[in-house]
Design a protein around this ligand. Structure first.
Ligand SMILES: NC(=O)c1ccc[n+]([C@@H]2O[C@H](COP(=O)([O-])OP(=O)(O)OC[C@H]3O[C@@H](n4cnc5c(N)ncnc54)[C@H](OP(=O)(O)O)[C@@H]3O)[C@@H](O)[C@H]2O)c1
Length: 290
């Protein structure tokens, strides 16, 4: 399979020896409700994934915990053998329980098992990028990441993992990881309304490390704000487009992974993220998260 050469909003970013489109795709919402079980529309989910590649998107974000296993297996069914240009990023560090919770699972044996599950589900010999996901559902939690991260580094040395990242991490954990081994990206919650990582975004940009905001559109609760609506009305764009365009303009190291289970929304998001926001629009939007 090959990817088309469509020019996507935001251009590209280099992560290690790979170059990806800054407009990526987050596959979490392809599983069933609350990221458990199969999707209501299996063929629709496959169509979204194929459209991702047809649009020229080369950054796809997933995890064996989505479903669990469901999202990775959909990705394999839709896209394997993967285009050379496509980078599939996955995660370890949490399991799922019967209630749909995300219990941390970060003993060395858990990390090895989860890497193997991702390899098996995606049908590859080596994972392009693996995040160590830290913290809990409420957000980052302070504490050393050395034991699980060092296990991931061992798996990288064995050739099972190409690039490393950390997710749901504090700035101190990012620094601790970087002291152990190079990372190419950090994936934390960040959007117009949640800007706790502003300093981290800028510090990583200075060091050439990607920042990948999860919940760029607000996740399970779509972003809503009077200022966002006002800028959307003024520019004639949708609030979703404005939120994505703001992220792309926020810093060149910000990579988008908006999720959707709809081909129409995917196309809308790609078209909308290219919106050029004027300085006064940006100032009004900046005030939302302050
Ligand atoms: N590292 C972590 O701990 C972590 C945590 C959460 C998420 N993630 C990653 O981040 C990615 C993005 O997060 P997310 O998908 O949960 O949230 P999101 O991208 O902020 O928002 C997705 C939601 O927005 C809706 N949406 C998307 N485009 C739309 C449009 N044009 N118009 C109206 N509604 C639209 C989707 O509904 P429709 O399906 O109806 O379009 C979906 O409900 C995930 O896929 C996952 O890969 C990582």
């Amino acid at each position: 399979m090959t990817t088309s050469s469509t020019t996507l909003p935001g251009g590209t970013w280099s992560m290690g020896d790979r170059t990806v489109t800054r407009f990526g795709y987050g596959a979490m919402q392809l599983a069933g409700p609350w990221v458990m079980g199969p999707p209501a529309d299996h063929d629709g989910a496959l169509a979204v994934l194929r459209e991702v590649v047809d649009l020229g998107i080369t950054h796809l974000d997933t995890s064996a915990a989505y479903g669990p296993h469901v999202t990775n297996r959909l990705i394999r069914e839709a896209l394997h053998p993967y285009p050379d240009a496509l980078l599939v990023a996955t995660k370890v560090g949490a399991d799922r329980d019967a209630q749909g919770g995300w219990p941390p699972a970060r003993r060395p044996a858990d990390i090895r098992r989860q890497v193997q599950e991702n390899l098996d589900d995606l049908g590859v010999d080596s994972l392009d990028l693996v995040y160590l996901r830290l913290g809990d559902a409420e957000g980052p939690v302070a504490g050393s990441l050395a034991a699980p991260f060092e296990t991931l580094v061992e798996l990288q040395e064995q050739g099972l993992v190409r690039h490393l990242g950390v997710s749901n991490a504090t700035a101190e954990q990012v620094a601790e990881a970087r002291a152990i081994a190079p990372i190419v990206c950090v994936q934390n919650m960040y959007n117009l309304a949640h800007r706790a990582d502003d300093e981290l975004v800028d510090a990583l940009a200075a060091d050439g490390i990607a920042y990948v905001p999860f919940f760029p559109l607000g996740g399970f609760s779509p972003l809503q704000s009077a200022a966002l609506s006002a800028v959307a009305d003024r520019t004639g764009a949708t609030p979703m487009s404005v939120a994505l365009a703001w992220l792309l303009q926020r810093s060149p190291n910000v990579l988008l992974i908006p999720g959707t289970s709809s081909v129409a929304h995917l196309r809308e998001n790609v078209a909308g993220a290219g919106l050029q926001l004027a300085a006064d629009d940006v100032a009004e939007l900046d005030a939302i998260g302050r």
